[in-house]
Design a protein around this ligand. Structure first.
Ligand SMILES: NC(=O)c1ccc[n+]([C@@H]2O[C@H](COP(=O)([O-])OP(=O)(O)OC[C@H]3O[C@@H](n4cnc5c(N)ncnc54)[C@H](OP(=O)(O)O)[C@@H]3O)[C@@H](O)[C@H]2O)c1
Length: 300
């Protein structure tokens, strides 16, 4: 089986590469070989390679910058998925599109189901939501596409909250962290494995168009920062833990609005794939251990 992966250098993409099943021929062009903002290039690379699957993991993920750069963000997050959809219609492939909890507005206080009404608060969320809509509208056979929504991705690599917090714990006595946004952290590694499970079982189990995946449990950014400090100190990654001050979103102004609550309901995915999500704190520990073991590699 041939699979074309976009965003192979990203947090999730790297894990998808790491967990590639032996028999899969995986192609993962970098940004120089495939610019997702270039609609025709997305079609061209598909036509040239004729993969059985596209995992479209590449995205414009700078949530705040997207407020100022909506045009380029939309090209990457909305129109690249459309281009892949059209190419798939021509050659009969399949699409696994990564999407986000930020398609929801966070106004409810129980986990979001796959079919619930979307109402993104940010341009990033809007661009990802539009990407979903364009796939749904344009795909000839809905059985050939899956949207996998996830949330708050954590990994030992890339630009992410864990690495930022480790630095702040080492440098500061106090850190202000938002405590009124609740979501579910998601291990990039477990998400990568789920992507392969979806590809394996999509047709055998007739998997649905929209699926949700995140780690078990929920947390605020404050909870995660606090847990990073505790575990990293215990593992001797940092010498001291800073005191974390919980603050409201109103005290930490960002260009983009974020949902107050964006926990995804994963029950369907758990049942269909027969895999259980691991608690986010357990996964955080694994990630910090991996970070510790590969520190020099990760930082180079
Ligand atoms: N991170 C999260 O918390 C989160 C939460 C929910 C959903 N998601 C979704 O999960 C997926 C993976 O996210 P991630 O955390 O792995 O993102 P990431 O670490 O920010 O990586 C983004 C990837 O997209 C590539 N990319 C961006 N613009 C491109 C372009 N114009 N042409 C080609 N490649 C381009 C980047 O390449 P370069 O290395 O060259 O920049 C990188 O490989 C995305 O679809 C995202 O929307 C993420």
């Amino acid at each position: 089986m041939k699979v074309l992966l976009t965003g192979g250098s990203g947090q999730v993409g790297q894990e998808i590469i790491k967990f590639k099943p032996k028999k899969v021929d995986l192609i993962y062009p970098d940004r120089k070989q495939l610019d997702l903002a270039n609609y025709e290039s997305c079609k061209k690379i598909f036509r040239e390679n004729r993969p059985d699957w596209v995992i479209n993991c590449g995205a414009y993920t700078a949530v705040d910058d997207a407020e100022k750069e909506f045009s380029i963000c939309k090209k990457i997050n909305s129109y690249a998925p459309k281009a892949f959809t059209e190419a798939i219609n021509e050659i009969n492939g399949n699409l696994l599109q990564l999407s986000t909890d930020y398609v929801f507005d966070g106004k409810q206080n129980y986990p979001y189901k796959e079919n619930q009404k979307k109402n993104p608060l940010s341009k990033y969320g809007l661009s990802k939501s539009l990407g979903e809509e364009l796939i749904k509208k344009n795909i000839k056979n809905i059985k050939n596409a899956t949207i996998l929504r996830t949330s708050w991705v954590i990994s030992p690599r890339g630009k992410n909250f864990i690495l930022t917090m480790l630095k702040l714990h080492s440098e500061r006595k106090y850190i202000d962290v938002v405590s009124d946004q609740i979501g579910s952290p998601t291990s990039a590694a477990d998400l990568g494995k789920v992507c392969w499970e979806i590809i394996k079982f999509k047709h055998k189990k007739n998997l649905p168009f929209i699926m949700h995946w995140c780690d078990e449990g929920m947390a605020s950014w404050f909870d995660i920062a606090d847990a990073i400090g505790d575990i990293a100190k215990e593992l001797k990654i940092i010498e001291k833990k800073a005191k974390i001050n919980p603050i409201n979103s109103t005290e930490y102004l960002t260009l983009a609005k974020r949902p107050k609550y964006s926990v995804l309901d994963t029950l369907n995915t758990v049942k269909l794939l027969d895999i259980k999500p691991i608690n986010w704190k357990e996964n955080l520990r694994k990630i910090l251990i991996e970070y510790q073991q590969n520190k020099n590699i990760i930082l180079s």
